[in-house]
Design a protein. Structure first.
Length: 451
């Protein structure tokens, strides 16, 4: 029999769907599937959830109504809720969250789903939709942003000088309900409601883990991949919402091709209205045309001073060295779940569906090459590519090649797009300035990965 639970301030009793588990990495993800509607919807909430306590939360009205019009799939990210814990340093990767979403879709038997991304779930949904358009029917973005901190070219969000204090405040007040009251625009909440919100905060995660997730969210920037989203997209903005200013929503709608923008009331106060807007969009959304264009991270490498080395070694020894290099490179590409596209004489091109894995592969290839007595340079960029047979084409390919050409011996250099997508991964970068890349529009800021 399904368990029952009650949110203290609402008084509404709900059936809780059965919680299931699926292996992901060295632990398990908890997930639920409920409803039998015509469309699969994956609900990606803001920075964490607790599958069974979600039904006691004020936002439960929205997930109940989504379940009534769809087959609703929800899950707890590793390190939160009912999923297995991970080290705090390992739970703050947008790429890992994307991988976990795919694992849950597979476990739920969902070939294609609409993604509803709220808060910190928005950048995750954007990254998944751009990387896996074949698994994404549509994208709905609520109370979210392409980035949550302001910059000279993005004058909205939290000021950078306030980030440290904001994170410290989260750790100090966690468990009191103050953080959720702020993010949900529930200012002036009664002591009874704050007590209930605090209880839910304690179910989500510990204060350090939640602050780490927020730190990653505040450092992430998915502006560089918005143009790669090709699925039907609806951007919803809450009327009167203060935590996520309207400029964030308008920016998303303006930079995702064909996105529809709509204003709605609070999903807590009027969940029926918000769910109806989502259902109407999914019913009327035109399917995205089949395309071979996807978001990928491209890795180019080449051997430093290859001509001189070949002349010094002679043909036989040089070709033996190349064979050894290709063998160790292929091993690393497989280890980090990449695809070897082609050899380039003294290097290779490989693609990855995760930028952090691509960087770690580049570092591993560089180390393996050093063991062989050779030096390689590597360059990476994340962008949209088109598959043509076994090859890939697109401006992103040219850009990655230009980035590689600007790296030095034993260096891994990446574009800003790559750096912004791996915020929270623990990787450290050194700013290499802004460069005009031959044959590529605009100037590009590049960064070297610190070993």
């Amino acid at each position: 029999m399904a368990a029952r639970s009650q949110f203290p301030t609402l008084g509404a009793r709900v059936d809780i769907p059965k919680t299931r588990y699926i292996k992901s990495g060295d632990g398990y993800l908890a997930y639920q599937v409920c409803g039998d509607g015509p469309d699969d919807i994956v609900y990606l909430p803001a920075w964490g959830s607790h599958l069974e306590e979600n039904w006691n939360f004020p936002a439960a009205g929205l997930i109940r109504r989504l379940a009534s019009v769809s087959r609703l799939i929800t899950f707890d990210l590793r390190g939160t809720g009912l999923s297995d814990p991970v080290a705090i340093s390992d739970m703050t990767s947008l790429e890992r969250w994307k991988d976990e979403t795919r694992v849950v879709l597979d476990a739920a038997g969902s070939r294609r789903a609409a993604l509803v991304g709220s808060g910190g779930g928005g950048p995750l949904a954007i990254l998944f939709a751009a990387t896996h358009p074949d698994r994404t029917k549509a994208l709905v973005l609520m109370r979210t942003a392409a980035r949550f901190t302001r910059t000279p070219d993005y004058p909205w969000g939290l000021a950078p000088e306030r980030v440290a204090g904001y994170l410290e405040e989260i750790e100090r007040s966690w468990g009191t309900g103050a953080q959720l009251a702020r993010t949900l625009d529930m200012r002036g909440a009664s002591p009874e409601l704050l007590n209930s919100l605090g209880r839910f905060e304690r179910y989500l995660a510990g204060p350090a883990a939640y602050a780490a997730a927020m730190r990653m969210a505040l450092a992430s920037d998915v502006r560089g991949i918005l143009s790669s989203v090709k699925v039907p997209t609806l951007v919803l903005h809450r009327v009167g919402g203060r935590f996520v200013p309207v400029e964030h929503s308008r920016y998303l709608a303006e930079h995702i091709h064909g996105a529809r923008y709509a204003q709605v009331p609070s999903h807590i106060e009027e969940p029926e209205t918000v769910a109806a807007a989502i259902a109407e969009f999914l019913t009327g959304a035109r399917p995205a045309p089949p395309s071979d264009r996807v978001l990928a991270t491209l890795l180019f490498t080449d051997i430093v001073d290859s001509t001189r080395r070949a002349a010094a070694l002679g043909d036989r020894h040089w070709h033996q060295l190349l064979d050894d290099y290709e063998r160790v490179s292929a091993r690393q590409i497989t280890t980090f779940k990449g695809r070897h596209v082609k050899s380039t004489g003294d290097g290779f091109l490989a693609t990855f569906d995760g930028p952090a894995r691509a960087i770690h592969c580049a570092l591993a290839v560089s180390n393996a090459a050093s063991d062989l007595g050779i030096e390689v340079r590597a360059g990476l960029h994340t962008g949209e590519i088109e598959t043509q047979g076994d090859d890939v084409v697109g401006i992103a390919v040219h850009l990655a090649a230009r980035v590689a050409a600007l790296s030095g011996p034993c260096e891994v250099v990446v574009s800003r797009t790559v750096k912004d997508l791996v915020a929270g991964s623990g990787l450290v970068f050194e700013d290499r300035g802004t460069h005009a890349l031959k044959g590529v529009p605009d100037d590009w800021q590049l960064f070297a990965v610190m070993p």
